[in-house]
Design a protein around this ligand. Structure first.
Ligand code: 6PG
Length: 256
């Protein structure tokens, strides 16, 4: 495990993982709203967080969140229209936004339908700089950034061998992901690393090998993009299920 600010939570299964992530979301939201009056979150796409979003919209967790104080952003997006089956926004809208009382102006979608991805990235960067009141050279500090983990070690849309991985100035990068035949927008490493809390949700046996690599392998960070996620001063959580943790032999792994 890396540093004292990293916590690994091993859960029985995907549902338990989603539940623990929902509990953490509520706790972080409560803390942020109490201290600053708002809770700023960048959401992950992919399939793993779907259970979390479903729980947050459900009767147990929805009432525990002050949704009018929550501001939702995206950690990455596929360059498709917002109603496209591949859209991370559409997935979150269906599972969460349509079911919780969050004001529309608190939802800050990436304009990924723009046929010019670089322009879309620049536009989202402008949105972030205005919202967080940060100038060029400064970075926003999200209260929470939620991340998934791909089998190749990518996270958000920071894929191995792409220029976005090396970005140190911009907040948002557009990236041509040849491995997937898609173009995407992604928050950059320096933005993610300045979050107060970064939470990876990882589930399934197919992720066991890459999770071991991310958590246990000290080789160069460029080998696995997710290894570059090391919060400057924030806390890092890995909330995983037993199947994903099956190759881990690390001390400090808490079973739930
Ligand atoms: C996306 C995500 C991406 C995802 C990983 C894991 O837009 O797809 O941001 O980084 O988190 O690919 O995806 P699964 O959760 O579907 O395994």
């Amino acid at each position: 495990m890396r540093g004292g600010r990293t916590e690994l939570l091993v859960c029985r299964d995907l549902h338990e993982m989603s539940r623990r992530a929902a509990e953490l979301f509520v706790r972080l939201a409560d803390t942020a709203v109490s201290s600053s009056g708002r809770f700023t979150v960048a959401l992950s796409g992919g399939a793993t967080p779907k259970g979390l979003y479903t729980l947050l919209a459900g009767d147990q967790f929805r009432p525990q969140v002050s949704w009018s104080r929550v501001h939702l952003f995206w950690g990455d997006e596929r360059c498709v229209p917002p109603d496209h089956p591949e859209s991370n926004y559409r997935m979150v809208r269906e599972l969460l936004l349509d079911r919780v009382p969050i004001p529309q102006h608190n939802v800050h979608r990436m304009p990924a339908e723009d046929e010019d991805p670089a322009r879309a990235g620049a536009e989202y960067e402008t949105t972030l700089r205005a919202f967080f009141e940060v100038d060029v050279g400064e970075f926003p500090r999200f209260d929470l950034i939620l991340l998934g983990l791909g089998q190749d070690g990518h996270t958000a849309s920071l894929f191995p061998g792409t220029a976005a991985l090396a970005e140190t100035e911009r907040l948002v990068a557009s990236t041509d992901v040849e491995q997937h035949g898609t173009v995407r927008l992604t928050l950059t490493v320096p933005v993610i690393n300045r979050a107060a809390s970064v939470v990876f949700v990882v589930a399934g046996e197919a992720k066991a090998s890459v999770l071991r690599g991310v958590l246990g392998d000290k080789r160069g960070p460029e080998r696995l993009p997710a290894q570059r996620i090391q919060p400057v001063s924030g806390k890092l959580w890995f909330i995983v299920d037993r199947a994903a943790a099956k190759e881990l032999t690390l001390p400090g792994a808490r079973e739930t």
